[in-house]
Each structure stands twice: as structure tokens, then as C-alpha cells.
Design a protein around this ligand. Structure first.
Ligand SMILES: CC(C)(COP(=O)(O)OP(=O)(O)OC[C@H]1O[C@@H](n2cnc3c(N)ncnc32)[C@H](O)[C@@H]1OP(=O)(O)O)[C@@H](O)C(=O)NCCC(=O)NCCS
Length: 224
């Protein structure tokens, strides 16, 4: 794969639709607001201090921002962060979310990345996933995240992708293992941060694709 082939699908354009045996992973759209709001309620990630309407407004604001990411990151020639919808291929039913998220943490505290106490934070490419309880336990998170992981590794030429979760989130850890991630725990939990508990690390073998960013200056870019 040449550098220009790598650039095109992953960096310069909005997210493509990925198809698996049972699913499509597609860009979110405005009508996804209600199913996403429902997902957050069903997995208990709504903000308890807020009313139902306020929680829906949070999701609406988040969805608007996500659609803005699809538009603005390509203009910066940067990878499109943000979640995508997981939908059932047979009838389009909304199943959940998977996405590329910024993950800033003390990754050099981890055993294989340095085991350094009080390591400075570094930015990593993170994976996120959530599946509606009605659809859990069927391998759908693994199927969607597997396709998405393969896509971003191939198109963005990533050296490493991480996922983080809490010690008690056994399903999420199982998904990480199914994706071929190695799991490591923060050896310095007293340092934290609180959310930095279990980290899945995916590092593709080999170094075959070369640099992803074309060196030529592009005057249409918003920033240099
Ligand atoms: C994590 C999550 C996305 C998994 O979705 P899913 O579609 O059920 O995932 P899959 O079916 O692909 O895989 C689930 C795995 O968890 C395992 N699992 C489920 N419940 C478990 C439990 N209580 N203990 C141990 N393993 C468990 C399943 O056996 C399966 O592993 P296997 O394939 O090795 O058998 C879903 O539970 C979820 O949305 N949770 C809430 C959001 C969340 O925590 N997201 C992660 C953010 S860090």
C-alpha cells in the first residue's frame, strides 16, 4: 500500500462504511440521537444528576460535535476522531457505538512501556465501544471493533492502539483479548489516574506501510 493510498480513506475523507458478516460500522447521523440516548440510559452512563431532557441535550450536543469532527478533522488532514454507529446489517437496527478516541495517560507506567513511576502522559490512539444490552453477548462488539481496528491500523499506519477500562469491566477486557490486545494493569494504582486501571495494547507486527502524511504542503489546509 502506498502512502497516497493510506492517506485517502483514513485521513482526508469522512469515515467510510465498514461491512462485516452481521454488521455495518457507519458514520453517525442526526436521527441516531434517540438510539444513542437510549444506549447511554441502558448501560447506565447517563449523568444521574441531570434530568432525562438534560441528558438527551448532552447527547445531542455530543452528536453535533461528532458530526463536526467528521467534517473538520479531514480539513486538518488529521484522522477523524469520534464514534461511529454499529448497525445490524439485515435491517439497519442500531446496535451500539465504536470509535477512535484520544487517550492521554501515563502509558509509560505500564510494564511493557517502561514501568516508570510518575511517567509523563502521552497521547495514544484509543478505541471505544458500547453495545446495547439487548444485543450484548453475541460477539457484536468484537466483530465491529475488530473491523474498525483493522481499518484504522491499515489506513492510519498506526504503531499502537490502546483501550482502557476498569478492573471490574470483564466484558470489555474479553473484547480486548479477542482483538489480540495484550492486557496490562497500572502497576502504580496509588498514582492513578483513577480511570487508568487496565489497558489493552495492540501493536501490529512489521513496519510495512511507511509514512502516512504526504510531505508536500497543502495550501487548502486550515493549519500547518
Ligand atoms: C463491553 C461491551 C461493549 C461488550 O459488548 P458485547 O457485544 O457483549 O461483546 P462481545 O459479545 O463481543 O464479547 C463479550 C465478551 O465478554 C464476555 N463476558 C460477558 N460478560 C462477562 C462477565 N460477567 N465476566 C466475564 N466475561 C464476560 C463474553 O463471554 C465475551 O467474551 P468471549 O467472546 O471471550 O466469550 C458491552 O458489555 C458494553 O457495552 N458495556 C458497557 C459499555 C462499556 O463498558 N464499554 C467499554 C468502555 S471501556
Amino acid at each position: 500500500m502506498s502512502a497516497s493510498e493510506i492517506l485517502a480513506p483514513g485521513v482526508l475523507t469522512p469515515p467510510p462504511v465498514l461491512t462485516t458478516e452481521r454488521l455495518v460500522v457507519r458514520p453517525l447521523e442526526a436521527p441516531d440521537l434517540e438510539p444513542v440516548h437510549r444506549l447511554y440510559l441502558d448501560i447506565g452512563w447517563d449523568v444521574k444528576a441531570l434530568s432525562a431532557d438534560e441528558n438527551r441535550e448532552r447527547r445531542r450536543s455530543w452528536l453535533e460535535w461528532t458530526l463536526g469532527c467528521y467534517r473538520e478533522f479531514p480539513r486538518l488532514q488529521q484522522p477523524v476522531y469520534g464514534e461511529r454507529a454499529i448497525a445490524r446489517r439485515s435491517d439497519g437496527a442500531f446496535v451500539g457505538l465504536v470509535g477512535l478516541v484520544p487517550s492521554f495517560g501515563p502509558f509509560a507506567q505500564l510494564p511493557s512501556l517502561g514501568a516508570r513511576r510518575h511517567a509523563r502522559f502521552s497521547p495514544e490512539a484509543g478505541l471505544f465501544w458500547a453495545v446495547s444490552p439487548a444485543h450484548q453477548g453475541q460477539g457484536l462488539a468484537t466483530e465491529a471493533a475488530g473491523a474498525f481496528l483493522a481499518h484504522i491500523v491499515a489506513t492510519l499506519n498506526l504503531a499502537r492502539v490502546v483501550a482502557t477500562t476498569e478492573h471490574d469491566n470483564l466484558p470489555s477486557m474479553a473484547v480486548m483479548r479477542q482483538l489480540g490486545m495484550r492486557l496490562e494493569t497500572n502497576p502504580y494504582p496509588e498514582i492513578g489516574p483513577d480511570w487508568f486501571q487496565v489497558v489493552g495494547i495492540f501493536e501490529p507486527e512489521g513496519d510495512e506501510t511507511g509514512p502516512i502524511y504526504a510531505p508536500a504542503r497543502d495550501r487548502t489546509r486550515d493549519h500547518r
